[in-house]
Design a protein around this ligand. Structure first.
Ligand SMILES: O=C(CO)COP(=O)(O)O
Length: 295
């Protein structure tokens, strides 16, 4: 198993546990280096010993990466919002994977709906980015999600299937530990209309079954699938309670250190009803997580 997942078994059930992943996407914000440094250090300050045992990353504009890295002092990782799939050469204005790697970037976003819609990036181009990021030894967060019209026509699952198949094409199973998926329904991004936990859970479950078809069950169970789209301090706990939601990719609320700090400090409670009752509050992760109900 990858480091992001381990298996815990009782006599009657096997339960995979994926490490939660809370991430922020600053997009084209903030407007100055000073603001970026203040925001990054404010966010780092919200991670304490009692915070959940989660991976935390911020995807920030290229120009702020190194100052944000210094500001957070290793408490979380600073990722890039995108990459040019070419390694070097005559591509004015582009940033390459080796460049990002050389300044200590680990996570890179690919396939965000804003890149698809505004910048015209295709599934094939996004796949090239994914392959290049993996090839360079970094990790990729592949964003997928349907439009409102597609959602209304009940096409969320099939849109995600196409984006997953095309985006992951050529990525080997042994490299999947360096891949995370962010399901971001376009209708929920920046609209304040967060998907209900039930809708998000249902699409995440579908995505996991698609990954099982592309690879296998183990790959599907190990894969972290994050939800993105108007995640807020008010919605994060209920989203994180869903069994197939492993984290969040947060836009607007990641520009406010109090709000994002609360999201990082989400509360999760997870039940298994097969005779073993499992209560998981990450704040008390060091205490026993499993207790028997009914003997
Ligand atoms: O696009 C997003 C993250 O990548 C989501 O943005 P919001 O959280 O602002 O809806």
């Amino acid at each position: 198993f990858s480091t992001s997942a381990s298996i815990r078994a009782s006599s009657t059930t096997s339960l995979y546990e994926r490490k939660p992943f809370i991430s922020g996407n600053w997009k084209l914000n903030p407007q100055s280096k000073d603001e970026a440094v203040a925001l990054a250090s404010g966010i780092a300050g919200s991670i304490t010993e009692s915070s959940p045992d989660a991976e935390v990353a911020l995807f920030v504009p290229y120009v702020f990466i190194e100052s944000a890295q210094s500001a957070v002092g290793g408490k979380l990782s600073i990722g890039a919002e995108g990459v040019c799939p070419q390694g070097n050469g005559a591509y004015t204005g582009a940033i390459s994977a080796p460049m990002l790697n050389s300044i200590g970037v680990n996570w890179v976003l690919a396939g965000h709906s804003e890149r698809r819609e505004i910048f015209g990036e295709t599934d094939e181009y996004i796949n090239e980015q994914c392959l290049k990021i993996i090839d360079e030894g970094m990790s990729v967060m592949l964003c997928i999600g349907e439009s409102l019209a597609e959602f209304e026509q009940d096409l969320a699952g099939s849109v995600c299937a196409v984006q997953l198949k095309k985006g992951l094409k050529g990525i080997k199973k042994e490299d999947l530990g360096r891949v995370a998926i962010a399901y971001e329904p376009v209708w929920a991004i920046g609209t304040g209309k967060v998907a209900t936990p039930e809708i998000a859970q249902s699409v995440h479950e579908t995505c996991r079954s698609i990954i099982a078809k592309i690879y296998d069950d183990e790959a599907a169970q190990d894969m972290r699938i994050l939800y993105g789209g108007s995640v807020s301090p008010e919605s994060v706990d209920d989203l994180m309670k869903q069994p197939d939601i492993d984290g969040a990719l947060v836009g607007g609320a990641s520009l406010d250190s109090d709000k994002f700090g609360r999201i990082i400090n989400f509360q999760k409670r997870f039940m298994v009803t097969d005779g073993m009752q499992q209560l998981w509050d990450p704040r008390s992760a060091s205490s026993s997580r499993t207790k028997c109900s009914g003997g």
